[in-house]
Design a protein around this ligand. Structure first.
Ligand code: HDE
Length: 702
């Protein structure tokens, strides 16, 4: 009986009830073979909607190679994320050298100022995993791949010019301490926990970098508004073989800008893709971001005269000591076509170098030269990762490497795969202009030592602190208080306070005060007593902020009754100033403006809090103003803009919202009246970005 039932179930239903494919009529069939959906083997697929079954209700058949191929490919879609810098975003562009560059280096891409060298850049955070939010407090990676005529040059830098450790052997310890704690698997993308502060507190060489990591540099406003640094000292080699030491600097043409900590926290909630979206949109809109590449160039004699070691990556060279020499400009003008194929598979290696550039003996750099090639083997599956299009040089590649996982290259037929050779199909030979290492003299005993010249851990931390403006110092204090406040172990906090005393006593006191730990600093004896360097004004972001609206985002808050003519005028003026004006209305469908005229919205209030913008205009009138003033989102929009020290334009009629949000209409020069014929004062003020004096009025939390 049972088998009878089974036969019945499998019996073909009557033709009219049978469903084939996705239901026939709605499915667009490709008209031509070239447009056809195919398997990976190129076999055209007739039905991509249903798996192959015995009867309409199954079971599925093992022979369904189309289903199995599709699912198998899907199962293997992910590759291991980068062990550090997992969260990142990339774009294509080009680099053009300035004429001055060729005097310093014979590198092919620095010789011709008319030539455009293609580049690919990937920006990243360090600690978080691939899905972590963009605005974590963290160092940002700034890695540039130059596809030069002489091969690939990777400048794999960060947005901070120094590093936590001096020797590569400490890198796994540093990273294990900052990553989620081993037993509990949290926190994600955060240095604010015991293990990180335990490690750095016991590693005083990290003090200088900690000052940078606690500063606003670690919460950039945009990748486009972020400087980059090569960190290590490199060498440039000129045509005669002369070596000049260089430190690489990328300067953002839009200026170096940051968000505030409270903004960062809120942006992570409102738009965790804030940075990647910003870069993508800017490039799509044709606002191509640019960076100038400069070097600090110096010779052996100058290097010997510095009171720090140029091989120590925890030190920078103040620009007042060695000024920047601009050598070219990079423009990013093309988004990727496929995130995975390009941004995820791009493989940077500091060991990718071209003739005209060379390494130094910086022990951190030396370790990196091994690490990156090694990590690509496990991430990308084998030694042929250079054949993936994003990694492939754009100049000829010839050698006798053979085979390996996923070998794509089919050389011309021949027998020779060794060198030297003399058979007729013999191919490429060594070339006199090929890469040669700078013949630096070497001497010394083979030992595991830190040089004494690496011993001063506090002087440059102090240099950084002294170079900051008042608001920047305030933010550093608040960041230390936040991070150490998240440490459960009291001895870890006390130890850090003990280190801060050597950076600056007032810094240590302010942090202790914020933690409620006055007088609790551990006594720490520095190995080398700190010096008291002169400040380096070039290090401050606030002091060097360009007064511009270029690349910034302005929100105009409207509701029913707002004036469409004013909104148009704001859009036009914003565009002229290089800003992106976004109209925010209670509903994405827009508002019914004055005279019944529709005002289109770019975003709804719930989805576009003011933390996503650099300045705001509140353009409310009449009953629209009265009703929006009752909404929590609207009150937060305005009170946050105020708290974050932004320039706020106020259109007459908006007062109910100001009252409801508790924002005084004339508290300071950042609150500016706006009318259709009175736009200039607002746009001029908005170029200042923030009114820092307001910060202490509003909150001590920064
Ligand atoms: Fe990295 N680093 N790093 N790093 N690093 C990696 O390589 C490493 C260091 C930097 O967008 C990894 O491909 C060691 C300093 C960037 O794909 C890995 C040491 C600086 C990126 C690695 C350092 C950097 C990485 C992980 C101490 C600034 C992302 C995945 C000796 C100058 C590149 C990968 C991208 C990535 C090792 C220290 C910058 C594991 C051992 C200093 C921008 O190889």
């Amino acid at each position: 009986m049972a088998s009878d039932k089974k036969t019945r179930r499998l019996r073909k239903p009557k033709a009219k009830k049978q469903q084939v494919g996705n239901g026939g009529e709605t499915h667009q069939q490709a008209k031509r073979r070239e447009d056809a959906l195919t398997t990976d083997q190129g076999v055209p697929i007739a039905d991509n909607q249903s798996s192959l079954k015995a009867g309409p209700r199954g079971p599925s058949l093992l022979e369904d190679f189309i289903l199995r191929e599709k699912i198998t490919h899907f199962d293997h879609e992910r590759i291991p994320e980068r062990v550090v810098h997992a969260r990142g975003y990339g774009a294509h562009g080009f680099f053009q050298a300035y004429p001055a560059a060729k005097k310093l280096s014979k590198a092919a891409f620095l010789q011709d100022s008319d030539a455009k060298t293609p580049v690919f850049v990937r920006f990243s955070t360090v600690a978080g995993s691939k899905g972590s939010p963009d605005l974590a407090r963290d160092v940002r990676g700034f890695a540039v791949k130059f596809y030069t005529d002489d091969g690939i040059f990777d400048l794999v830098g960060n947005n901070i010019p120094v590093f936590f450790i001096q020797d590569a052997i400490k890198f796994p310890d540093l990273i294990h301490s900052v990553k989620p704690e081993r037993d509990r698997g949290f926190p994600q993308a955060q240095s604010a926990h015991d293990t990180f502060w335990d490690f750095v507190g016991l590693t005083p060489e990290s003090l200088h970098m900690l000052m940078w990591a606690m500063s606003d540099r670690a919460i950039p406003r945009s990748f486009r508004m972020m400087d980059g640094f090569g960190v290590h000292t490199f060498r440039f080699i000129d045509k005669k073989g002369k070596s000049t030491f260089v430190k690489f600097h990328w300067r953002a043409m839009l200026g170096s800008q940051a968000v505030m900590w409270d903004e960062a926290l809120k942006i992570n909630g409102a738009d965790p893709d804030f940075h990647r979206k910003d870069l993508w949109n800017a490039i799509e809109n044709g606002d191509y971001p640019e960076w100038e590449l400069s070097v600090q160039a110096f010779d052996e004699e100058q290097a010997d005269a510095f009171d720090f070691d140029i091989l120590d990556a925890s030190k920078l060279i103040p620009e007042e000591l060695v000024p920047l020499t601009p050598i070219g400009k990079m423009t990013l003008d093309r988004n990727v076509d496929e995130f995975f194929a390009e941004t995820e598979q791009v493989a940077f290696c500091p060991s990718h170098l071209v003739p005209g550039i060379d390494f130094t003996n910086d022990p951190l750099l030396q370790g990196r030269l091994f690490s990156y090639l090694d990590t690509q083997l496990s991430r990308l599956g084998g030694p042929n990762f250079h054949q993936i299009p994003i990694n492939a040089p754009k100049c000829p590649v010839h050698n006798f490497h053979r085979g390996g996982h996923m070998q794509m290259h089919v050389p011309k037929r021949g027998r020779v795969s060794y060198d030297p050779n003399s058979l007729p199909d013999a191919v490429k030979a060594e070339h006199p202009s090929g890469f040669t290492s700078y013949p630096e003299a070497m001497e010394g005993d083979k030992r595991r030592l830190r040089p004494e010249s690496f011993g001063d851990h506090y002087s440059q931390a102090r240099l950084f602190w002294k170079s900051m403006t008042e608001p920047e110092q305030r933010h550093i204090v608040n960041a230390f208080a936040f991070e150490l406040g998240n440490c459960e172990a009291e001895h870890i906090r006390r130890r850090m306070l003990g280190h801060l005393v050597h950076v600056d006593e007032s810094l240590a006191e302010r942090v202790a005060d914020a933690l409620g730990m006055e007088g609790k600093a551990e006594t720490i004896e520095p190995t080398v007593p700190p010096r008291d360097p002169d400040p380096s004004p070039a290090l401050s972001m606030v002091a060097n902020l360009p007064e511009t609206l270029q690349g910034r985002k302005l929100a105009v808050l409207v509701a029913d009754g707002s004036d469409p003519a004013l909104v148009d005028a704001l859009r036009r003026r914003g565009k002229k100033e290089g800003a992106n004006v976004v109209v925010v209305a209670p509903k994405i469908g827009g508002a019914k403006g004055k005279g019944g005229k529709k005002i289109g919205a770019d975003a709804s209030l719930g989805a576009a809090p003011s933390v996503l913008f650099d300045a705001v205009v509140v353009a409310l009138v009449g009953h629209g103003a009265e009703s929006i003033a009752k909404e929590a989102d609207a009150k937060d929009f305005l009170s946050d803009a105020y708290r974050h020290c932004k320039i706020i334009g106020r259109v007459e009629g908006s007062d109910p919202l100001f009252e409801a949000a508790g924002v005084p209409i004339d508290a300071d020069e950042g609150l500016v009246k706006v009318a259709e014929r009175k736009l200039k004062p607002f746009f001029e003020a908005a170029k200042r970005h923030r009114i820092w004096e307001r910060e202490t009025e509003v909150t001590s939390a920064g």
